[in-house]
Design a protein around this ligand. Structure first.
Ligand SMILES: [Zn+2]
Length: 264
């Protein structure tokens, strides 16, 4: 049941009496990994975002100083993935449903006495929802510290490992995600189907962009036939391990800092 999460850090393995008696609950770091079940090109399984997030949380928790109390909730496999809905197999929650799920689980965590909750999300289509939910929760529970984080937000070396250009352009199922999946679940990756696909979007010198300062609402079918944006063909398990190591080291530091954080 605990997947990549170390057993002693998997929240649902506790009994209610253990939860009740935990010392220092207000500084205990509770992590909710959030993924997606959505298309990631012909070569990758639907589970990519959930797998990467769970593995990063699990490896970081296994490296975290044992004296720091931290637990992972079960991964929320489903996310808001309607930008991929035209590709069969994608399962999407609405923003309203995802909001309700996160608000209600945060209420339960708060009720149990915890005051530090991280939404650790691996899917690029939903940080905005998590940020709105986090601010609403903060206004409802003034002593709850809540962190709407993206798995690629902690310090890491992915851009150095795959190259700056691919890191910027390969926003979905490209070298980074494919390499990490080769490292994690290589038997579920079919490199014979891997492609390189980059969209022609804006004229040279355009002020507009897909993401960033002047973004455009896009659907994956606007950008890609294969469902890939980036270069999956050059992915390797070695690069994936190196990326994972650096991301995990970054999250260990973030968990330590959140444990020490005294609020604003
Ligand atoms: Zn992804």
């Amino acid at each position: 049941m605990h997947s990549y999460i170390p057993k002693e850090r998997f929240f649902p393995y506790l009994s209610w009496t253990q939860v009740e008696q935990l010392p220092d609950k207000s500084n205990t770091v509770i992590i909710q990994p959030i993924g997606a079940v959505e298309q990631h090109g012909p070569h990758l399984p639907l589970v990519v975002d959930a797998a990467i997030t769970t593995a990063v949380v699990g490896r970081a928790l296994s490296k975290l100083n044992k004296a720091i109390p931290a637990y992972s909730l079960p991964t929320l496999f489903y996310g808001k993935s309607n930008e991929h809905a035209q590709f069969p197999g994608t399962i999407t929650l609405s923003a309203a449903t995802l909001t309700a799920v996160l608000v209600e689980l945060a209420a339960s965590i708060y009720q149990a006495g915890f005051r530090k909750l991280i939404f650790l999300n691996g899917h690029g289509g939903q940080p905005q929802v998590l940020e709105i939910v986090a601010r609403d929760l903060r206004s409802r529970y003034p002593d709850l510290m809540i962190f709407p984080h993206f798995v690629w937000g902690a310090p890491h070396r992915a851009a150095e490992i795959v190259g700056e250009t691919e890191y910027e352009q390969g926003i979905h199922a490209g070298d980074v995600e494919t390499s990490v999946m080769l490292a994690l679940l290589g038997d579920q990756v079919n490199m014979k189907e891997a492609v390189r696909e980059l969209p022609e979007t804006f004229e040279p010198g355009s002020l507009l962009s897909l993401e960033g300062r002047l973004p455009t609402a896009w659907l994956m079918e606007d950008l890609s036939r294969s469902g890939v944006v980036g270069d999956a063909t050059v992915a390797t398990a070695e690069k994936g391990e190196a990326i994972l190591d650096s991301v995990v080291a970054g999250w260990v530091k973030v968990f330590e800092e959140i444990y020490r954080f005294n609020g604003l």
